[in-house]
Design a protein around this ligand. Structure first.
Ligand SMILES: [Zn+2]
Length: 392
């Protein structure tokens, strides 16, 4: 109750002050290049940025689909709530005073909102599950449980039941198809949306009974891929949702066929030996590589599930008919391909000596379809796709 009372007084002040002073600063730079006006949550993200609650990365992106860590959850709470200490300072083995999140974590710890594990660690970079976040938000905002409707996957016997009830009965969460998915991770986007709803809570909100889950399993992740300047991004920083499964892109296939006709006239006969790969296929593939070469080495040449461009259906691994991909490295054929594919809308996505930028070693066989306009421009610029779009 203490928090709630102070919150009521303090919060409108914060809103007014932060808004007033920071609006100017952010006005000229108040949108992220990966959250376009067409994004369903554009207004919320925009507003939360203007309020100074959320920040982007140095490259001007917000990276909505990255999972949020415990230290970030703590930091954002300290930006919007006056946290009254109800207990003393506590030292965590993995949290030196030099840690930039030290103060924020101490504040949430002393307010009784977050705590460490039984080994005395706070695990600042660990990810939070949805049910863990429900607990944090229930405590931080001192929410009243206004109805006792339950999601099927968080029944009354579940340790997090009261926390999820608190969120649902105040209109903070809707779940998905009758399920809450307590073990799901929380993305930066989800967290910003939850906080925005909490900051604009409707006291008169009346929750309706929760629908029964449909017999078909709901999608584990209903997010969509990230586009920058109309270009779909699939990389380590921009993973694709698990349920994104477009299959091989028909326009890219048509362009490849045209490209190969041109190649034939020049004495090369190419074949695309690997194009679309599903999330689950990539998951299995990466696991096998890790078994073979270890995690560090595998990550240099292969992608984790969600982080592969092949899941977009726009990446084509190309070799010569009758030859293996390994042979393809440093050949006349790959050189010719690198100099001509852009006329047909493809770029060599992972060029030589750009591993630090793209995250992958040189892959002369891996073409990415962008359409002729962008491919020509990227080729002429001599840049990687990341540099061309100004993202990391
Ligand atoms: Zn590839």
């Amino acid at each position: 109750m203490i928090i709630k009372r102070i919150f009521a007084v303090y919060f409108p002040l914060v809103l007014v002050c932060v808004f007033f002073f920071q609006q100017h600063v952010y006005a000229e730079n108040s949108s992220f290049k990966d959250v376009l006006p067409s994004h369903p949550n554009f207004d919320i993200i925009h507003e939360m940025q203007e309020l100074g609650v959320i920040n982007g990365y140095g490259d001007g992106t917000f990276r909505p689909q990255l999972s949020i860590s415990r230290q970030h959850v703590a930091l954002l709470l300290t930006r919007i709530l006056p946290l009254e200490p109800i207990r003393g300072q506590k030292y965590f083995n993995d949290l030196p005073e030099t840690n930039v999140y030290y103060d924020a974590i101490q504040q949430v710890q002393q307010a009784g909102i977050m705590d460490g594990d039984k080994n005395g660690n706070f695990n600042p970079t660990a990810l939070l599950t949805r049910v863990q976040l429900a607990k944090v938000l229930h405590l931080a905002f001192d929410l009243e449980i206004k109805a006792t409707y339950d999601f099927q996957d968080v029944p009354e016997s579940h340790w997090g039941n009261s926390h999820v009830r608190a969120l649902y009965s105040n209109g903070i969460t809707t779940g998905d198809g009758g399920l809450f998915m307590p073990q799901g991770t929380v993305t930066r986007l989800h967290y910003a949306v939850f906080l925005h709803r909490l900051m604009n809570i409707d006291e008169r909100f009346v929750a309706l009974p929760i629908e029964k889950p449909k017999p078909t399993k709901p999608k584990p992740d209903a997010l969509s891929p990230i586009y920058v300047e109309g270009i779909l991004i699939a990389s380590k920083n921009y993973p694709l949702p698990a349920n994104y499964s477009p299959g091989e892109n028909a326009e890219a296939r048509k362009a490849f066929t045209e490209f190969n006709k041109h190649a034939n006239k020049n004495g090369y006969n190419f074949t695309a030996f690997s194009t679309y790969r599903s999330y689950s296929y990539q998951e299995k593939l990466f696991e096998d590589y890790v078994k073979k070469d270890g995690l560090v080495e595998a990550a240099r040449y292969s992608a984790r599930a969600g982080e592969s461009e092949h899941q977009s259906g726009l990446a084509f691994d190309v070799g010569l008919v009758g030859q293996s991909s390994k042979w393809f490295l440093e050949t006349k054929a790959s050189e010719w391909m690198g100099k001509n594919a852009h006329h047909y809308g493809f770029i060599v996505r992972y060029p030589k000596e750009k591993e630090k930028i793209t995250g992958y070693i040189y892959e002369p066989w891996h073409l990415r379809y962008l359409g002729v306009d962008h491919a020509e421009k990227v080729y002429a610029s001599g840049k990687t796709l990341e540099e061309y779009l100004g993202i990391e």
